[in-house]
Design a protein around this ligand. Structure first.
Ligand SMILES: Cc1cc2nc3c(=O)[nH]c(=O)nc-3n(C[C@H](O)[C@H](O)[C@H](O)COP(=O)(O)OP(=O)(O)OC[C@H]3O[C@@H](n4cnc5c(N)ncnc54)[C@H](O)[C@@H]3O)c2cc1C
Ligand SMILES: NC(=O)c1ccc[n+]([C@@H]2O[C@H](COP(=O)([O-])OP(=O)(O)OC[C@H]3O[C@@H](n4cnc5c(N)ncnc54)[C@H](OP(=O)(O)O)[C@@H]3O)[C@@H](O)[C@H]2O)c1
Length: 406
């Protein structure tokens, strides 16, 4: 048997875990999925105990393309003996902690996943892709990139990153003392809201909290029925076929459908503010600054001074600064050798209708991209809604036949 695999996947977050789950029972498929972390974990620094999924748990690794799969969320509940309790608990939304357990469970049952293996380089040799893992090489006809998004830190804040100025992605992994300290959270998306709620509920909360966002308000996610059709495969395909200028307008217009704050979190924050202000008499303890952009940062002998522009232009003095400033897609370092051979448009990588990148090298197969194509596939690309469908599209393309109905 040839030692060339059908595909090698780089990164095992939910995206490539879905691919692994859908491929697990395909006869004769030869694949490997490399993950740098020692085991599966889903944004562990933001796995706050009260955080919930923003989508239905039916948008799991497999259900929307294969409801009979043994890797579904329901199969997990059944395996854990929790089905009756889960139904009876009637959670309005599934806890992220439970979904993380589900993803871990699935990752442990799929033998083609290799944890603790970082892919350091990908190159083309004799028409095949060769992946360097630091402890060996693997040859494959196709590569599937699923390395996720990178925390976005505004340039002027990068030199200041330290134990007291850090991205939200690291929130739980930063040892810190918060009582008696003034905390500023920058960013009015879901991460910012969850951190503010968490800080407000601490037994010994910070001395004060300032929440700053560039958006005109602390705006809710649009989770209404017709808007939710943006997260249908048919809409994603339609979007992919539009002219790029039109796509840019729609991405801006549809932003809150994916990046607004879910209503329950907003209500929690509002109620916590009521409790602190009205019941505990902590007036102005939570300072809200919408329409405000942080544009500068200076180190003081005992903290930080943030320069804020907008209608309430001011200087905010802070001991701890949490950057809930979002994420951006970057091609992983392991692709540096192939990067000059990839076709690009001004707004980002060219990503085809089966999620393959355009590579100007002769190869046996292709490089597929998970979660890096918001600019050309639309707002659903980074989230869980199209996870199973996109993996099925990629798997069908690799197999060369329609294993899944997409
Ligand atoms: C806190 C948070 C909560 C979210 N909750 C929801 C939600 O409820 N609903 C929703 O629809 N969307 C949600 N999202 C958006 C999206 O679903 C997640 O970001 C999701 O984790 C994306 O999956 P991914 O597999 O593309 O990337 P990631 O989860 O980021 O996984 C990428 C993996 O690749 C690994 N990796 C990177 N480089 C290499 C390499 N060279 N070699 C080997 N491994 C590598 C990383 O270690 C990582 O484990 C959330 C996002 C965040 C930040
Ligand atoms: N429990 C969950 O399900 C959960 C938890 C966390 C995240 N998520 C998802 O993950 C994705 C990312 O969420 P996120 O909250 O991390 O990122 P995000 O939605 O991109 O929000 C980033 C925020 O930071 C603001 N910002 C950036 N730079 C700024 C500056 N210099 N000054 C002031 N404000 C600034 C942005 O303003 P602009 O909008 O003007 O750019 C935006 O409000 C979203 O789709 C979200 O729904 C889900």
């Amino acid at each position: 048997m040839s030692d060339v695999l059908d595909y090698a996947a780089v990164g095992v977050g939910p995206a490539n875990l879905s691919l692994a789950a859908l491929g697990a029972d395909v006869d004769d498929l030869r694949s490997v999925h490399f993950e740098a972390r020692p085991d599966f974990s889903w944004h562990p620094g933001l796995l706050l105990p009260e955080a919930t999924l923003q989508v239905s748990p039916l948008k799991d690794l497999v259900t929307l393309v294969d409801p009979t799969s043994r890797y579904s969320f329901l199969a997990f509940l059944a395996n854990e003996g929790r089905l009756y309790q889960f139904l009876t608990a009637k959670f309005p939304a599934v806890l992220r902690a439970e979904f993380d357990q589900y993803l871990q469970w699935a990752s442990r049952s799929i033998p083609s996943i290799e944890f603790g293996t970082e892919v350091r380089g990908v190159r083309v040799r004799d028409g095949h892709f060769v992946l360097d893992t630091g402890h060996g090489e693997v040859t494959a006809r196709n590569v599937v990139l699923g390395t996720g998004q990178t925390p976005f830190v505004p340039g002027f804040l990068r030199p200041h990153l330290c134990a007291d100025v850090f991205h939200a992605e690291e929130f739980l992994s930063r040892p810190r003392e918060l009582p008696d300290r003034a905390v500023t959270v920058i960013g009015g998306g879901q991460s910012g809201a969850e951190i503010v709620r968490h800080l407000m509920r601490l037994d010994v909360p910070p001395r004060s909290i300032t929440w700053i966002t560039r958006r005109p308000g602390f705006l809710p996610m649009d989770d209404s029925p017709f808007t939710n059709e943006y997260f249908f495969p048919a809409y994603a395909r339609e979007f992919h076929g539009l002219p790029q200028t039109h796509k840019q307008e729609l991405l801006a217009e549809q932003k809150l459908a994916s990046d607004g704050i879910d209503l329950a979190t907003l209500q929690d924050v509002y109620r916590e503010r009521y409790r602190h202000e009205c019941l505990l008499g902590r007036k102005d303890w939570l300072r809200l600054m919408p329409r405000s952009e942080v544009t500068g940062c200076a180190r003081l002998s005992d903290g930080w001074e943030l320069e804020v522009s907008g209608p309430h232009a001011s200087v905010v003095r802070s001991d701890v600064v949490v950057l809930a400033t979002g994420y951006e897609y970057r091609l992983p370092d392991c692709m540096s050798e192939l990067a000059p051979h990839l076709a690009r448009a001004p707004e980002g990588l060219v990503v085809g209708d089966d999620y393959a990148l355009s590579l100007d090298l002769r190869t046996s197969g292709r490089v597929f991209l998970q979660n890096g194509a918001r600019h050309t596939w639309g707002i659903a690309d980074p989230n869980l809604s199209l996870l199973a469908w996109r993996s099925a599209v990629i798997l069908n393309a690799i197999l060369g036949y329609r294993r899944y109905n997409t």
